[in-house]
Design a protein around this ligand. Structure first.
Ligand code: F0G
Length: 401
């Protein structure tokens, strides 16, 4: 089956079968642009992909993936929750939350990691590396641990949520800091993997990551029973919006669906190169040298997958929106308080963007990309101020207040 899969350049259409070794740094051997992975001729079939008696998970869709399962922590199969309260409050009657923060390490990265790990093992990779704003490093470290492989991660100093670093530490990754941004970290990692083949790239430039992440689209289709009108998600390095769009496009190309959603990419006001480019009609994003937002997961000024993401937004007749940190934190609070869904800051940005959508009646899926336990330090509270009770009578009074 895997013989039908090819690396394909997103710009010049250079191709080679994935049965051959990975191109250096996963870049086109002709023009150096990003690669995607495509399947030719033998398209996956509806009955195989969406079998009724198989539980939803990333590997349920193995016939649509360019690798076979090697390590799994139970990724995918996350809930698609119809909003009970918040949608009404925001005037979005058909709002759904795809809770990808329920993945094994608490973010959507696990979808891509399980597939990229399968490829890394097939490629006899030695040390798995990534640059990260936090979640990729946590996910990589966990899957590498499960596979018995070494992982090393490079993170921007002082800009990664504690919960994510603690995960990477616990799973046994070598953590190295850079006095600079995520963008500088990614540049350094790219240089490292081109210099020395012992280091294997696990960022979303690695198209096997994208292949795993596209399963969110398959799951949304399967859980909803149809294709939604809008899929709204946070955009940082721009891999995930590209991946989810690829998933929906494939379902159409393979004759399984006839509709496509509009993709809505959301960025923080202080880190919005893609939204700026779309809104101002630039051909390519301007590099933001000093991106700034409390939503540290998406604090990115030079998104590597910008071309794929801009294509996704334009092709799908979607749009790009920006939200302030205050709006993000308020939406995070509301998601928890009105729905019982606790997400990290970046993951609340789609809900924050809802009020800026031109149309609110369509079936809208916001992807809640990461778990709220990751960046608890952003929530201001003082345990000292909680009321105390010494007996049941006092307890009753305090509880009723
Ligand atoms: N949401 C969360 C929780 C993330 O961690 C990220 C990216 C995104 C959204 C944006 O996804 O980069 O594919 O556009 N986090 C990366 C990391 C950059 O290193 O963990 P994207």
């Amino acid at each position: 089956m895997l013989n039908d899969w090819y690396f394909q350049c997103i710009s010049c259409n250079w191709e080679k079968p994935i049965s051959q070794p990975d191109p250096v740094g996963f870049l086109c051997e002709k023009c150096n642009d990003l690669l995607q992975i495509i399947v030719k001729d033998k398209f996956p079939k509806r009955e195989e992909l969406f079998a009724k008696d198989v539980q939803i998970s990333v590997w349920k869709y193995v016939t649509a993936l360019p690798a076979s399962k090697k390590v799994s922590l139970g990724e995918g199969g996350t809930p698609l929750l119809k909003s009970r309260n918040l949608g009404k409050l925001l005037g979005a009657r058909n709002l759904y939350i795809k809770y990808d923060g329920m993945n094994p390490t608490g973010s959507f990265k696990d979808r891509g990691m399980t597939v990229a790990l399968a490829r890394a093992i097939e490629s006899d990779a030695k040390i798995l590396v990534c640059a990260s704003t936090g979640n990729t490093s946590a996910s990589l470290a966990a899957y590498a641990a499960n596979a018995g492989l070494k992982s090393a991660v490079l993170v921007p100093e002082g800009k990664v949520a504690k919960g994510k670093l603690v995960q990477a530490l616990a799973y046994g990754a070598k953590i190295i800091k850079i006095r600079g941004s995520f963008d500088a970290a990614l540049e350094m990692i790219k240089e490292l993997v081109t210099r020395d083949k012992n280091f294997y790239l696990m960022n979303s430039i690695n198209p096997f990551r994208v292949e795993g992440q596209k399963t969110a689209a398959y799951e949304i289709y399967e859980q909803l029973g149809s294709v939604p009108d809008y899929v709204v998600l946070p955009v940082g390095n721009a891999g995930n919006i590209s991946a989810v769009w690829k998933g929906f496009k494939e379902l159409k190309e393979w004759g399984i669906t006839d509709k496509l959603p509009s993709m809505v990419g959301v960025q923080a006001e202080g880190a919005a190169p893609i939204a700026e480019a779309i809104q101002k009609g630039y051909d390519r994003p301007r590099v933001w040298e000093e991106p700034e937002t409390k939503a540290s997961a998406i604090r990115i000024g030079n998104p590597v997958s910008w071309k794929k993401a801009m294509n996704a937004i334009k092709e799908s007749k979607g749009f790009a929106l920006t939200v302030s940190d205050a709006e993000i934190l308020e939406s995070r609070r509301k998601l928890a308080a009105y729905e019982g869904i606790f997400v990290e800051a970046a993951s609340a940005s789609p809900v924050a963007a809802l009020k800026k959508m031109p149309e609110k009646d369509g079936v809208t899926v916001c992807i809640a990309t990461g778990n709220g336990l990751k960046d608890q330090e952003l929530i201001e509270w003082n345990p000292e101020e909680l009321p105390t009770a010494d007996n049941a009578e006092m307890l009753k009074m305090k509880m009723m207040k």
